[in-house]
Design a protein around this ligand. Structure first.
Ligand SMILES: Nc1ncnc2c1ncn2[C@@H]1O[C@H](COP(=O)(O)OP(=O)(O)O)[C@@H](O)[C@H]1O
Ligand SMILES: [Mg+2]
Length: 226
């Protein structure tokens, strides 16, 4: 469902050209869970941002559900991002003045769903991530693990085909990280494809496959579990 072919990304810094991605190809099927590992600066976030339509490649192809994203205009990319892709970040990126429920409703507002329907849908997802009791809490009134659950609920409320996560457990303790990985495993079992960047070898073992990047290239792809 996600096909990446010969992806290249250059950044220009004044006179200098930095190659962040130097020819990456990979394919991810429905329900597959990939972890991307590699040293700082190896291109992990750039790769994830391009897959997530937050950045554009210099060359190469990204195809999601048969559509070539590198050919899309900005409006189409924004729509694809809203409907087909969920994004989770290390620092949660919740809106501080909004309740858990309001944060989760946001993508539904962008998608144009009606107030009553979007509230029900947001409540259902919050229940699914185990936060039924915390729907009216603001992010500052929640623990890190709870905030990440809200962020995951927000990422999956539109039922995306693909979940992208950049160091989702980077700000969490190991017990909470395990809970978040159990949740990812459940989502994968329900057919969502997941691509997660992580530094943590323990966290990476939850994935089906570990892809190691070095200098913008895939060094190896190995099964995480036997
Ligand atoms: N917006 C940008 N402008 C210029 N260089 C960038 C930009 N984003 C990333 N880079 C460079 O691209 C390389 C890969 O960065 P990144 O994808 O953030 O790596 P990682 O997430 O693995 O730490 C690094 O050398 C980084 O400095
Ligand atoms: Mg990064």
């Amino acid at each position: 469902m996600l096909l990446i072919h010969d992806l290249v990304k250059h950044y220009r810094m004044g006179e200098q050209i930095i190659t962040a991605i130097a020819g990456v190809s990979l394919t991810i099927q429905e329900g597959e869970f990939f972890a991307i590992m590699g040293a700082s600066g190896s291109g992990k976030s750039t790769l994830l941002n391009i897959i997530g339509c937050l950045d554009r490649p210099t060359a190469g192809k990204v195809e999601l559900d048969g559509r070539d994203l590198s050919q899309c205009d900005d409006a189409t990319l924004a729509r694809v991002r809203n409907q087909k892709i969920g994004f989770v970040f290390q620092q949660f990126n919740l809106l501080p003045r909004f309740s858990a429920l309001e944060n989760v409703e946001l993508p539904l507002i962008y998608a144009g769903s009606k107030p009553q329907q979007r509230k029900l849908q947001a409540l259902a997802v919050l229940e699914r991530v185990g936060l039924s009791e915390r729907t009216h809490h603001k992010p500052s009134e929640l623990s890190g693990g709870q905030q990440q659950r809200v962020a995951i609920a927000r990422a999956i409320v539109n039922r995306p085909r693909l979940l992208l996560a950049d160091e989702p457990t980077g700000a969490l303790d190991s017990r909470t990280s395990t809970e978040i990985m159990d949740l990812f495993t459940e989502l994968g079992a329900q057919g969502m494809a997941i691509v997660m960047v992580t530094h943590d070898p323990e966290v990476a073992t939850y994935a089906h496959k570990i892809i190691r990047l070095r200098d913008g290239r895939i060094l190896s792809g190995t099964p995480a579990r036997q």
